[in-house]
Structure formats: C-alpha cells, structure tokens
Write a new protein. Structure first.
Length: 492
C-alpha cells in the first residue's frame, strides 16, 4: 500500500499552521491534492480516490495537513476493535470483586455499562477536539499549556504508551501459547507480534481500512460464537451477590475507557467530520467494551472465579481454539495503537522527524523490551496506572478550555505557542484529588503520604467517592472559574 503525503498541485507538501482552528471538509473530495477545472482530475478520477481512501496516508511530519478520509464506519470499526481486549476478559475479575464479597451479576453488568458509557463519553470529547483541530493528541496540548509546557504530559504519554505496547506484545504471546498448548516459543510469538505491529504503524490509515473491511467482522463473529457457547452452559443467578463496591467497579471501568483519551486525536484528526469522530468512537468502543467485559464475567463465573482459567472456558467449547486465535491476532491493534501514538507524541517534541522512522524505531524498541521481559511486575503495572491517572484531570482542563475558554477563538498550536502556566493549576489539583481518594500503590512511601493526608483531613474513602469522577469534575470546575482570566491572557 503506497504511502503519500497530501500535496498541492505543484507537488509540494501542504503545510499547516496549527495555530488556526481546522475546519474538516464535509464534502467527499480530499482537501489536498484535488483540483477542478483545467488540469484537474475528472469526476471519474475523483470517484476512484473516494473508493480507495486508504491509499491516502497519514502525513510524514507534524506540520502537514492531515488527509480527512475517515468516516463514521472507519471510526466505529477502529474503536470497536480497540474495545475488545484479551486483558479485558481477564480483568473482569476486578469488576466482580474479591472472592467472598463479589458483586451480583446484575450489579457487575450495570457497573460495566455505566462506567463504560461515562468513560467513553470523555473519550468521545477528546476524539471530537482532534477532529476539529486536525492536530495529534499531544500537539493539541500546545494550545492548552503552550508548546514547551506541553512537553511534560507528552513525555508521560510516551512512557505510558511504550509500557502498554510492551504489555500488549506479552499478552499476545501468552494468548498464542494458550492456543498452541505450549509454554515454549514465547520469543517467536513476541517477534511475530512485534513485526506485525510495526508494519501496521507504517501505513496507519491503510491499517484502519483493513480493520474495517476484514478484522471487525471476524471479531464480531468470534464474540457472538463465544457468547452463544458460554450461554449454553447456563447463566448464574443475576441476583446472587451484593451491590457493595458498585461505584468502585464503575470507577474501574471509567478508568479503562479514559486510558485511550491521550491517543484519540491521533486518529480522529483524519475524520471527515467532528460528528462522525465523536459518535464513531463513542458507539464502537462502548459496544465492544461492554460486550468484552460481560463475556469475561460469563467465562470467569464458569471457571470458579479464577481469572487464570478464563481462557480455558473459551478453549472448552467446540472449535474454541479457532475463535480464540482470531481474538489473539486482533490484539495487535492494541499494540499498533500504542506504538503509533508513541510516534505521534514524539513528533510533538521532534516535529520534523519522519513518522515512519519513529514508528519503525519504536516498534523495534517495544519488541526488544518484550523479548527481555518475562512478565510485568505489579510495581511497574501500578506505575503505568499512576501515569494514567494524570490524564483524567488533564482531559477535564482540556475540554473546558477548548469549549469555554481560549479554544473558543482558536488555540495557538504553533511551535512557538507561549506558555500558559495558570492552566497547570487545575490539572495538578485534579491529580492530587485522584491520588487522595485512591492512592496508586507504586511504592510504600507514596501510599503512606496519601494515607497520612487522609488521616490529617479526617477523610475515609466511601463507596460513592469515585476517584475518576471527582478528579474530572473538580479541575473542570476550577478551569471554568478561571476562564475569564485565562481567556484574556491567551488573547493578550
């Protein structure tokens, strides 16, 4: 599949100054490279371009106008695939709760639906902003914080994406070993998954087209098959259990959905319309994640509540290995998203470096790391969770400032966008609220600090104290209160 940057009629790359808000084309002709009249393409040629939108590829450098080729169905297919995860099946145990104090099936499913809807609505907002500006996720933070200050969350996102990229390669390898009934050849499965992941990132828009045309349908068939087969074994009493911990489970589902917020605009910047970006990401991811976790609950309850035996439930049905293999192969879209978004984040720091060089290098790096790491320690997994908690309040500040603050008149997304120090305040306070309510256990001293703070303020976390929601609402309110001041400063 050829890779080409959109170009003007003269053949030079179409440069873009991100300091002006982008208005995505709503017609069917690509914004760049399409001419009319004498010397322009005929209507037949234009139709051919529309029939093969995947042949237009993502820009190679940051300041090039992105092609607007993705429709609702492309966004839906991409986010539906990202919403299904091997990790999601096994982590359904975190929703159900500890043995002896499990939620009822009705409570667990309700928590899955409620948390996913709330979290994916936040994801949709990030997707919408990316479709409007045409800038990648971390480049949008130039408008919020200024270019130099945007490097702070950018570096955090790079670390997060690389970590989860390695984690996904290990997950794919473990899934392949399960299907093959072997404890060996881990290195081979990691190498194959890393190679496929890197190849997908070289042609990102083409890869999204492949996901829509072929992979999404295969995944849907596999999910339907497992749902029917597991359902035939009987569904537990939905009322057995309790509702204690319901909001904690809901909070966990919100966090899972929000984990894609720092990546969303990297893909929706190619959307034809903001509406298709929002509704495609919201509907595709919501449907898939609810289905994935509900299916995980069924498998978990049929494997005596042991998350390590969930895939035994899948393999226990007729031809289960074949459909599980489909889901294992599909998992590469998770590693693809992490590697590609790492490259997009790096481009915020190094805007002139070819993204193919970046994705190739990052793909090799994640593969090498996965080959050298047998499994993630709990400490490192918690560290990734700590970084993830950074982006919940960040989205709140981003959304409020974009829709009600300086973003209403167009953010300055240029390379010399001035620093907006005041915008750090609500972000940092939101992060502090998140950790105050639910400290991430990255180290003993970290947990002790926040526990001591809770004791000093005579605060005891309750079932209704959702870390994600409070860490979103408080910085959103503070940003809104500061809007008159920050808007004048941005205009000045």
């Amino acid at each position: 599949m050829p890779s080409a940057s959109p170009s003007s009629s003269s053949g030079a790359p179409a440069s873009k100054d991100f300091s002006e808000p982008s208005t995505p084309p709503t017609h069917d002709v690509p914004a760049a490279g399409a001419g009319t009249g004498a010397g322009g393409p005929s209507s037949g040629a234009a139709t051919a371009v529309l029939d093969r939108p995947e042949r237009v590829e993502a820009p190679l450098v940051l300041d090039t106008e992105p092609p607007r080729t993705l429709r609702f169905r492309d966004h839906f297919a991409l986010w539906m695939n990202l919403g299904v995860s091997l990790i999601g099946f096994s982590t359904a145990a975190t929703v159900l709760g500890a043995p002896g104090s499990e939620l009822s099936l009705a409570a667990a499913v309700t928590a899955i639906v409620a948390g996913t809807v709330v979290g994916t609505a936040m994801l949709g907002v990030a997707a919408l902003i990316g479709a409007r500006t045409g800038a990648p996720a971390m480049a949008n933070l130039r408008g919020l914080f200024g270019t130099r200050l945007s490097y702070v969350p950018t570096v955090l996102n790079i670390v997060q994406c690389i970590g989860w990229g390695v984690f996904e390669l290990l997950t794919i390898s473990a899934g392949a070993q399960t299907v093959a009934h072997t404890d060996g050849y881990r290195w081979l499965f990691v190498l194959l998954a890393g190679t496929l992941t890197t190849a997908l990132t070289i042609w990102p828009l083409g890869s999204i087209a492949v996901l829509r045309r072929f992979v999404a349908g295969a995944v849907a068939v596999a999910m339907v098959y497992f749902t029917v087969q597991l359902g035939r074994h009987g569904v537990p009493d939905p009322g057995a259990g309790n509702w204690h911990g319901f909001l904690g489970a809901t909070d966990a589902m919100i966090a899972v959905s929000i984990s894609f917020v720092p990546l969303a605009a990297d893909y929706t910047r190619h959307s034809r319309t903001p509406r298709s970006a929002f509704w495609g990401s919201f509907s595709g991811y919501t449907l898939a994640q609810v289905w994935c976790y509900a299916l995980g609950l069924m498998a978990l309850l049929q494997s005596e509540g042991d998350p390590n035996k969930i895939f035994d439930s899948f393999l226990g049905v007729w031809a289960g290995w074949l459909f599980l293999l489909v889901l294992v192969l599909r998992e590469t879209d998770q590693s693809f998203a992490n590697v590609y978004s790492t490259a997009m984040s790096v481009q915020n720091l190094l805007p002139k470096v070819d993204r193919r060089v970046l994705t190739g290098g990052i793909g090799v790096l994640t593969t090498v790391l996965a080959l050298r790491i047998d499994k993630f320690t709990d400490t490192y997994t918690n560290f990734l969770g700590l970084i993830g908690s950074v982006f919940v309040p960040l989205l709140a500040v981003l959304a409020v400032d974009y829709f009600f603050g300086a973003g209403r008149h167009g953010w300055n997304l240029s390379a010399d966008a001035p620093s907006r120090w005041l915008m750090l305040l609500p972000w940092v306070l939101g992060f502090a609220v998140y950790q105050f309510i639910a400290p991430t256990p990255v180290a003993g001293w970290w947990t002790d600090f926040w526990t001591s703070a809770q004791g000093t303020l005579h605060f005891t976390p309750q079932e209704w104290t959702s870390a994600s929601l409070f860490a979103f609402l408080l910085p959103a309110l503070i940003t809104w209160v500061l809007t008159p001041l920050t808007r004048r400063a941005a205009q000045g």
